[in-house]
Design a protein around this ligand. Sequence first.
Ligand SMILES: [Zn+2]
Length: 211
Amino acid sequence: MTTTRTNSVSRPGSLPERSPEEIWAGLMAGNKRFQDGNPAPREYVHRRAGLANGQRPRVIVLTCSDSRVSPSLVFDQNLGDLFVIRTAGNVADPVALGSIEYAAEFLDARVLVIMGHEKCGAVAAAVSGETPPSPNLEAIVDKVRPALASVKGRAGGEELLRLAEQANVHQSASDLLRNSPLLQQRVKAGRLTLIKALYQLTTGQVIHLPD
Ligand SMILES: [Zn+2]
């Protein structure tokens, strides 16, 4: 990764910039293909060569490291399409945040998808109330805990977990805006659109979470 702006590919005279709505619709169409088990045919060799000198992803995805939640597969996208940050529980620590800022500021990515998922181990660990066995694991759970405060007492068992998973996505979104004036400014200027989503393990569907 370089922090020079020349790394991004400007395409003068190419297709007009897609709106955030159009970009999201493209992701949803890809997700539908994924759900149906009908991915678009991929050509990697020319694509790879074409991207070797620069990238211009329109989408940043912050999601969980969970092996069942693979953004390029879930949205049926190709090389160069998604700038992906994955941490357990999709928590945004300074390094994750810096990675998001890089894609927004230097690659001019326009849509940031924050995607939690069903049966997230990090959320379940926070819900369990148990003390994690290492300070590093504790750092993850510690980021998820505030999300629980808003849903505690509203349900129990599986339903509490479901509510906590949604609350954790909202938590990640508000954390990253609070901790990044750069992202805040880009959202305010209309150069970055945040989309909150939840991935369903069984159906493969990505649900858009309302604010
Ligand atoms: Zn997870």
